[in-house]
Design a protein around this ligand. Structure first.
Ligand code: MRU
Length: 372
């Protein structure tokens, strides 16, 4: 997608310098467009843990490049297998909820295991990371193509009046390599000339909606309005939301959806108001081992400081300010699980299906449920 009319991806190999991977440092958006160089395994671990990059597919892509960067740093006289396993373990420990991280690392480990020498392994790791990125772009484009008719149908029903879409967090192009998941149908509808308007949940505490989704929609020209997290129910009660589309960090093969904290409450409100609640996801976000989202999906708890403090722009400088009484403890659960029964359908790269084992199997018959 474009920033200031210039096409970007969320991660890429530096032109003419294959030893450097570049990312947009999302900690400073929307106020500062900072391109950051990842040169080492430690850089990649830091980038994921500290959320320079975030969003399930982009976390996976960064981890895949992390193995490549680790191999670039490796010396000849070491136990290479042990070294790679340790690098993967460090990346794996960065964030627990998005299953794309595990998926990308397993794919990388399998790929590099086919080579014997350090040079061969490094070349294969680079190729695999690049393949993961290219495939993600195409997957997200297809999610948009399958989601588009859902928006189109509402637009036709409303005789061309604006379709109001509510989204939570950032499942946009900067949460993936390009296009986004939840935003891909929106971008494709907008590109086709359909009148769309997006209600953007601010998404406390890190405000991915207010900072990132609003920014990227704005850069593309998509009409949107930022709302605080508790407004969605009110809008739905007053007929001001036509559909919800959100992303996910891990979806069980039975259709339970883990996504940014607050998603569940939006799904409840949507159900109560008969509003379709769609979840857009690449199949790389499906956990084929898990069947009970509430019991099994690990929920990340982050630093209390993200709740007690707010970051914003003041007199052209990024400032962090204290919001709460200094001694009040704060809890920071980062994700929740929306049970499959509240999800109208899943939008995937193979089509739209029911949020159920049968629905998912219908689109991905070659996938088998894995025993833990
Ligand atoms: O904590 P984050 O910002 O990584 O959480 C991101 C989300 O919850 C997204 O909705 C999800 O990863 C889907 S990204 C296409």
């Amino acid at each position: 997608m474009k920033i200031n009319n210039k096409p970007y991806r969320a991660i890429w190999l530096k032109a003419d310098e294959q030893r450097i991977v570049q990312i947009i440092d999302q900690r400073f958006l929307p106020h500062k467009l900072d391109i950051f160089d990842l040169k080492t395994l430690a850089d990649s671990v830091f980038a994921i843990r500290e959320m320079q990059v975030r969003g399930a597919p982009l976390i996976g892509a960064t981890a895949a490049y992390g193995i490549y960067l680790a191999l670039l740093e490796a010396s000849q006289n070491i136990d290479l297998e042990e070294y790679i396993q340790q690098a993967a373990a460090q990346l794996m420990a960065t964030r627990p909820t998005a299953v794309n991280l595990q998926w990308a690392l397993e794919r990388q480990l399998k790929a590099v295991a086919t080579a014997a020498t350090l040079a061969e392994k490094t070349a294969i790791a680079l190729q695999t990371a690049q393949d993961i990125c290219e495939e993600d772009v195409e997957i997200c484009r297809k999610i948009g193509a399958y989601g588009l008719p859902l928006i189109e149908a509402i637009s036709e029903r409303k005789k061309g009046e604006a379709v109001h879409i509510l989204t939570h967090c950032n499942a946009g192009w900067i949460a993936t390599v390009d296009w986004g998941t939840a935003t891909s149908p929106i971008y494709q509808a907008y590109n086709k000339g359909i009148d769309v308007h997006v209600w953007v949940d601010e998404t406390r505490p890190r405000n991915q909606g207010a900072r990132l989704t609003a920014w990227e929609l704005g850069e593309h020209g998509v009409p949107h309005t930022v709302i605080v997290d508790n407004v969605g129910g009110h809008l739905m009660q007053h007929g001001m939301v036509d559909l919800c589309i959100v992303g996910t960090d891990r979806t069980t093969y039975t259709g339970d959806v883990a996504n940014k904290i607050g998603t569940y409450l939006k799904a409840l409100a949507a159900k109560d108001n008969d509003i379709p609640f769609y979840v857009a996801l690449p199949s790389t976000t499906i956990d084929w081992k898990m069947c009970d989202g509430l019991a099994e999906i690990p929920i990340e708890e982050r630093r209390a400081e993200e709740v007690t403090h707010l970051q914003g722009l003041h007199e052209n400088e990024l400032k962090k300010v204290l919001l709460t009484p200094p001694n009040s403890p704060a809890a920071n659960y980062s994700f929740d699980v929306t049970p499959a029964r509240l999800v109208t359908a899943l939008i995937t790269e193979r089509g739209v299906c029911a949020a159920s084992e049968e629905g998912i199997k219908g689109l991905f018959p070659e996938k088998t449920r894995q025993e833990i």
